[in-house]
Design a protein around this ligand. Structure first.
Ligand code: HXC
Length: 258
């Protein structure tokens, strides 16, 4: 796979997508969204890949949508481009686990893309924000919705209405980030984490992801029912038998992804 705005690599069973517009702080231009979609399509259909990492560079995960490309757009053009929202939602629609490895700025659309991953492992220099209000617009791909679900109304209102940034400690306290790691280690930790997830039974991992996602989409009682049924269904897999047998026999399980 060869791209202009991203780099795609495969390390064992982990697919890695790196935003590659360093001069523009990885601003998200339409070409990048299109390439990101294509890369995710490819990694998702590749049976050798069990988990995906999306990352940027040390200065920026992504500083938002490309303001230069967007500045003269009309309402009609934005509306006509709504079909592109499939591209904006592509990460959230991925059925394989996706980790955001974030260093530096994750602002506007950058913060929104990080939040549409399954969880965020952040470097100690990471900064998160929804600064759209400061440039006369507002979040458009989940900043008011995912952020509110993740950090609650008070902090979401504060960030979206003032455009202020959260440093990584505040982001971790608020529940936006799952782990903080030193800048020189965060990617390695994300890669080890992705490899660990990839070592588990893939169909089970898929159900776990589906169950956690259901918690944000439904009532508690419905979510509990969904979880129970998915839990029951793991007993149809050979991997459940193998996992528990291996525990009893004090050895490592050999999952076969079935
Ligand atoms: C285009 C951008 C950019 C962006 C940075 N750059 N952010 N270009 N779109 N979102 C470019 C700058 O123009 C500059 O290019 C280079 O990257 C370095 O940026 P500087 O501002 O010189 O760096 P610094 O002073 O360190 O400040 C970093 C920063 C700041 C805090 C990240 O650049 C910034 O505030 N950026 C905009 C953040 C933002 O408002 N994001 C929301 C966008 S709207 P040159 O050529 O001058 O070197 C959005 C809506 C999403 O995301 C909804 C739909 C998808």
């Amino acid at each position: 796979m060869s791209f202009n705005t991203i780099i795609v690599e495969k390390k064992q069973s982990v697919g890695i997508i790196t935003f590659n517009r360093p001069k523009a702080m990885n601003a998200l231009c339409p070409a990048l969204f299109a390439e990101l979609t294509e890369a995710l399509d490819e990694l998702e259909s590749d049976d050798a890949i069990a988990a995906i990492i999306i990352t940027g560079d040390d200065r920026a995960f992504a500083a938002g949508a490309d303001i230069g490309e967007m500045s003269e757009s009309t309402y009609q053009q934005m509306l006509a481009n709504e079909s592109l929202s499939g591209q904006w939602d592509r990460i959230a629609l991925c059925r394989k686990p996706v980790i955001a490895a974030v260093a530096g700025y994750a602002l506007g659309g950058g913060c929104e893309l990080a939040m549409s991953c399954d969880f965020i492992i952040a470097a100690d220099n990471a900064k998160f924000g929804q600064p759209e209000v400061t440039i006369g617009t507002m979040p458009g791909i989940g900043g008011t919705q995912r952020l509110t679900r993740l950090v609650g109304k008070a902090k979401a209102m504060d960030m979206c209405l003032t455009g202020r940034m959260m440093d990584v400690q505040e982001a971790e306290r608020a529940g936006l980030v799952s782990r903080i790691e030193p800048l020189d280690k965060y990617f390695e930790v994300a890669l080890d984490t992705a490899k660990q997830i990839a070592s588990f039974s893939r169909p089970v991992v898929k159900l776990v992801k589906e169950a956690v996602d259901a918690a944000l989409e439904t009532t508690l009682s419905q979510g509990m029912k969904t979880e129970r049924r998915l839990f029951h269904s793991t007993f149809a897999f050979e991997d459940q038998k193998e996992g528990m047998k291996a525990f009893i026999e004090k050895r490592k399980p050999a999952f076969k992804n079935r």
